[in-house]
Ligand binder design. Structure first.
Ligand code: PBG
Length: 342
């Protein structure tokens, strides 16, 4: 922007003039949210009844049938895609997370069920990471108290191909291993799935805000047991929240390796990173408003301390203003309903 003095000065210039009426505020709004900006993360489990997530009021672990109903609602509301997160039965978890690569696992069955019912009318995004499947709750293979990078990448490639073959449109590696985007791209292409896109969780921080998610998928307790194996947190692979320049390096590498879209996560604590990623690289930039961000707004609203709906709307609007093209948020269905009412 040029010198603000040349753009006008009080009293000739009065910025409040454009804030006088609702129609005028809407007409000059720089950022507009639509349902197409929202991706709905969904938890699926292998039980017949829905099971609420206590730390995420309003969010439930759904049976596959329930996911199909959510999918139908998403289409009706104009939400472009669901992000599917399986809650894996403890008996199916193992040290090496092998069940992640089983074409009959819950994630694959859910993807197939959505695809059979709705075809390409609704996007399906699947996480690629081992944490739902490992007994220790880590996103990768654990040996000698360390996460094994290259061995993990080989498993992630198989997981990505299995999900692609089940029919998901986008695989989203959320594991933060080095080199996995390039390896996954190569594996997908070799499997004849060059049509499947990669949304890389390029800048994913080791954040305190994932707690409720880990409750929902049961990886919190698992991570507790990992403490016994010498690694109770994810700081050796997820990024230090102190760093932003490093986030740009992560994104640059992932683009070079073939990422179609990148994700910044969490969103609300990384608005600066979202903005820098978008302005530096210009490619589709997604942001994940994570479970803890959702839980905070809900907890305050449920106590009568905040207007929950207004706070949810504002929290997503500013993520888009920062530069996000699309926001993964547990508020997606209620916000899309509200946006549709205008
Ligand atoms: C796991 C994964 C996590 C989230 C999405 N994928 C948790 C983690 O890294 O421990 C968190 C999402 C949320 O908190 O809403 N790879």
């Amino acid at each position: 922007m040029s010198d603000p003095q040349q753009l006008g000065a009080f009293p000739t210039t009065r910025l409040r003039r454009l804030r006088r009426h609702d129609w005028l505020r809407r007409a000059v709004a720089e950022t507009v949210l639509t349902p197409a900006d929202l991706i709905w993360p969904i938890f699926v489990h292998d039980h017949e009844a829905a099971l609420p997530v206590p730390s995420m009021p309003g969010v439930e672990r759904l049976p596959v049938e329930g996911v199909l109903r959510a999918a139908e609602e998403a289409i009706r509301l104009g939400i472009p895609a669901l992000a599917i997160f399986p809650v894996v039965e403890p008996a199916l978890k193992s040290d090496d997370g092998a069940h992640a690569c089983d074409a009959e696992n819950l994630a694959c069955r859910t993807v197939r069920a959505i695809g059979q019912r709705f075809g390409d009318a609704l996007g399906i995004i699947c996480d690629v990471a081992l944490d739902p499947y490992t007994t220790h709750g880590h996103d990768g293979l654990l040996a000698d108290g360390q996460i094994q990078n290259d061995e993990t990448v080989a498993v992630l490639c198989r997981q990505a191909v299995v999900l692609a073959e089940a029919g998901c449109h986008v695989v989203a590696p959320s594991d933060m291993m080095d080199g996995r985007v390039g390896a996954i791209r190569e594996s997908l292409d070799e499997a004849g799935r060059d049509d499947v896109a990669i949304l890389s969780y390029a800048a994913k921080y080791a954040s305190a805000f994932y707690g409720p998610f880990r409750d929902a998928v049961g990886s919190a307790a698992a991570l507790g047991t990992a403490a016994g194996q010498g690694l109770a947190d994810k700081k050796t692979y997820q990024m230090n929240p102190a760093n932003a320049a490093e986030a740009l390096r992560e994104v640059a590498l992932d683009i070079t390796e073939g990422a179609d879209m990148v994700m910044v996560k969490p969103a609300g604590t990384a608005l600066d990173v979202i903005q820098r990623v978008k302005t530096t690289f210009g490619l589709p930039t997604f942001a994940y408003q994570v479970s803890g961000e959702y839980a905070m707004i809900h907890a305050a609203a449920d106590n009568g301390w905040l207007d929950g709906e207004a706070a949810a709307l504002e929290s997503i609007l500013v993520i888009k203003r920062a530069g996000a093209d699309c926001v993964l948020t547990y508020f997606a269905p209620e916000l899309a309903r509200r946006l549709g009412e205008r």
